[in-house]
Design a protein around this ligand. Structure first.
Ligand code: SF4
Length: 353
């Protein structure tokens, strides 16, 4: 991996995290990094302020790491992409997608925080899955297994470059008879190919037309690399799905999605096709994020902020989200589903909204 993405120079560390074996291992991985003791991984003003200084964010994303202890462990019911959202073993991200909602909790530089109490988290998950028993009926998450999303607040493929937390989760789920891990990713990390997941971890490579990705998916692996990785990950024992997201409506969008589906079809073999499924998620944007993006990446906002096409909706945390207008959106979803049925008929769509 190039130091362009990660080149850790400074680690903000909670003392309790440094004492745990995973904390020690992370610190040993970056022996030259300067250590800064912090009382809480959530309150580090020098990392989280300065909302429009993008050059500073990118430097922080590349050079800073936070090592903390995850205090509250819960598995939140979800029911759409996964049955449950697992407690995070990391949050924050070294990449910088213009539509990303992950920074909402931590300010926009949003560097990776790794949680060192992985044993507590894996123990919690094993107990939680044990309490669920056998899945009573198939649903769109999975026909048999309870699915736990392990990457809601970070990108696990990048997290795996920092610590063994993701590997521990993959190995945990390998041994759980009734449960499966799942995470979406925009980064190809071939280290994961050696972990022998035995079908109990689902990787969802996120895809969008390269024309959109070039403007929106900043610091991620190129789309053609993600498609090219699918067969390798299937051969290595992962279940591989695709997240067709976010779908951005603009002039020519359907033509570019057709080209993307053709590239997907040409890029994968029979084994991948036999198990492939997709989530289709149309763009949700956010007014505050729009304001921030205008300060550093207005070109992205030409794609993301389309008031003529969108309607506002207040989110649970009180901020304003925008989505494509209800009447028109059904037509967009139907058009993309028709395209999928025509170009990649084997691609089962688990849900689309
Ligand atoms: S890869 Fe995911 S978590 Fe990282 S910036 Fe992009 S959308 Fe956000």
């Amino acid at each position: 991996m190039t130091p362009e993405l990660l080149d850790i120079r400074r680690i903000y560390v909670e003392p309790a995290a440094a004492e745990l074996p995973r904390g020690t291992a992370v610190l040993a991985r970056f022996p030259d990094a300067q250590l800064v003791e912090v009382q809480s991984h959530q309150r580090i003003p020098e990392l989280y302020g300065d909302e429009t200084n993008v050059r500073r964010w990118v430097r922080i994303k590349r050079e800073a790491l936070v090592l903390g202890v995850k205090k509250t462990l819960t598995a939140r019911p979800n029911g759409r992409s996964a049955d449950f959202i697992a407690p995070s073993t990391a949050n924050g991200c070294a990449m910088a997608c213009a539509y990303c909602y992950v920074p909402r909790h931590k300010g926009y530089s949003n560097p990776i925080t790794v949680f060192a109490n992985i044993d507590r988290i894996t123990g919690y998950l094993a107990r939680h899955a044990g309490q669920q028993g056998t899945k009573p009926a198939p649903n769109e998450c999975d026909p048999h297994a309870w699915v736990y999303d392990i990457g809601e607040n970070s990108d696990c493929s990048v997290d795996a470059r920092i610590s063994d937390n993701v590997r521990d989760l993959v190995e945990l789920f390998r041994g759980l008879p009734n449960a499966k891990a799942s995470f979406a990713t925009k980064h190809v990390n071939t280290d994961l190919l050696g972990w022998d997941p035995r079908g109990r971890t689902r990787i969802r490579f996120s895809l969008m037309p390269a024309r959109d990705a070039k403007i929106l998916d900043i610091r991620t692996s190129p789309i053609e690399q993600r498609i090219a990785a699918i067969d390798d990950f299937v051969a290595a024992g992962y279940e591989v799905h695709v997240n067709l997201s976010p779908v951005v409506v603009r002039d020519g969008w359907l033509d570019d999605w057709a080209a993307l589906l053709e590239a997907l079809d040409a890029g994968i073999g029979p084994a991948a096709r036999a198990q492939l499924a997709a989530e289709v998620i149309f763009l949700t944007h956010n007014r505050d994020l729009h304001e921030v993006n205008l300060g550093w990446h207005p070109k992205a906002e030409e794609l993301l902020w389309r008031p003529q096409l969108q309607q506002p909706k207040r989110s649970q945390n009180g901020s304003w989200n925008v989505r494509y207008r209800t009447g028109a959106k059904g037509g967009y979803v139907a058009a993309l589903l028709d395209l999928i049925a025509a170009r990649t008929p084997y691609l089962h769509v688990r849900y689309a909204f």
